[in-house]
Design a protein around this ligand. Structure first.
Ligand code: 13P
Length: 348
């Protein structure tokens, strides 16, 4: 077949998705998750005594998105609906600001974890209704990737099989819709740290969850080369004895090698409430055990933002320092993704 005949629009779209997925996990780069819902960011702002209004949220997000030099370590930023529609103080729409810096704009498209009928204490993530139309609108607004977070908890009898299957099924339907509409789906099944379970239990649960997720992705015809997986690391519960960094890296990789096909271009971990340094050390240890079949990197929310947010505290005079704090975190995380982080970088 000659070149003219092979230029099928569907194929071109597909290869664009492959390029976007690869760009999100490019060497030494990762994703800044800044897609907190209004309710979640309001809690975080109010905890620091900052009033949460559309304008304070806009100013905080401008601090993040406009931080000098983060583009060397950040491939993409996940935004919430409100933020995708906001603009910098000079009027530049946020997606345009990111594009001008070579950073991809992403959008959280799920509408949250809701109680799952028949499974007390468990949730299923919702947001499939009208998703095809929202994806089209988000594309028009400048998004090139999306995210959907499923939440699984560990406890007596949890996660239940119905909870695992319902969440995996929803993730697969979301991923198929994203690819049809031209967005790369970040597939995020989070196994929460809450509880007093040990590392092994978390490993077994995470393995079960990821198997179910890939079963459903296959069943839905999702192109694995055009997704990014965003899992939690394998960790002991927050109420249990902490594990050594090396043990976490080992358990996490054992689980991922057993479950994640090599056709997936990259794995971008969430931080899940680990402190920022620990999240960096864990990623460094995981990357150092490579080479791996897929890229490994970060898609952290709290582990990248917490220090910067505390430094800012809503004060315009603190924007510069807060941006330096953010830059240090993304630089350390980018180095960790290459296995070249050292604690000395924290002082830089
Ligand atoms: P954390 O890194 O704070 O867990 O946030 C990542 C995220 O996107 C949660 O959905």
């Amino acid at each position: 077949m000659n070149a003219a005949h092979s230029a099928d629009p569907a194929e071109l779209d597909r290869s664009q998705l492959h390029r976007t997925a690869a760009a999100l996990v490019a060497p030494g780069k990762g994703v800044l998750a800044a897609d907190e819902s209004v309710a979640t960011i309001t809690q975080r702002l109010e905890a620091l005594g900052v009033e949460s209004t559309a304008e304070t949220r806009r100013r905080y997000r401008e601090l993040l998105l406009g931080a000098p030099r983060i583009d060397s370590h950040v491939s993409g930023v996940i935004l919430y609906d409100e933020t995708l529609r906001q603009a910098a103080t000079d009027g530049t729409p946020f997606p345009e600001l990111l594009a001008s810096r070579g950073i991809l704009a992403g959008i959280k498209v799920d509408t949250g974890a809701k109680p799952l009928a028949g499974a007390p204490g468990e949730t299923v993530t919702e947001g499939l209704d009208g998703l095809r139309e929202r994806i089209a609108e988000y594309r028009d607004l400048g998004a090139s990737f999306a995210k959907w977070r499923a939440v699984l908890s560990i406890g007596p009898g949890r996660p239940s099989r119905p909870c695992v299957v319902a969440n995996a099924h929803a993730l697969a339907r979301y991923a198929a819709l994203c690819q049809e509409g031209g967005l790369v789906p970040i597939v995020e099944p989070e196994v929460l740290m809450d509880g007093d379970h040990d590392l092994d239990r978390c490993g077994r649960v995470t393995t079960t969850v990821l198997r179910a997720v890939f079963d459903q992705l296959h069943g839905a015809g999702v192109d694995l080369r055009a997704i990014v997986l965003k899992p939690s690391m394998v960790l002991p519960g927050s109420g249990a004895e902490p594990a050594e960094v090396a043990a976490v890296a080992d358990a996490t990789l054992r689980c991922l090698r057993d479950t994640v096909p090599a056709s997936v271009p990259g794995i971008a971990f969430l931080s899940g409430g680990q402190g920022s340094r620990l999240a960096t050390e864990h990623l460094h240890a995981i990357a150092s055990l490579g080479p791996h079949p897929w890229a490994v990197t970060f898609s952290y929310g709290r582990a990248l933002q917490d220090d910067a947010l505390r430094t800012w505290r809503g004060e315009p005079a603190n924007v510069g320092t807060a941006r330096s704090v953010l830059l240090r975190r993304v630089r350390c995380s980018g180095a960790a993704a290459l296995g070249s982080y050292s604690p000395a970088m924290e002082a830089a």
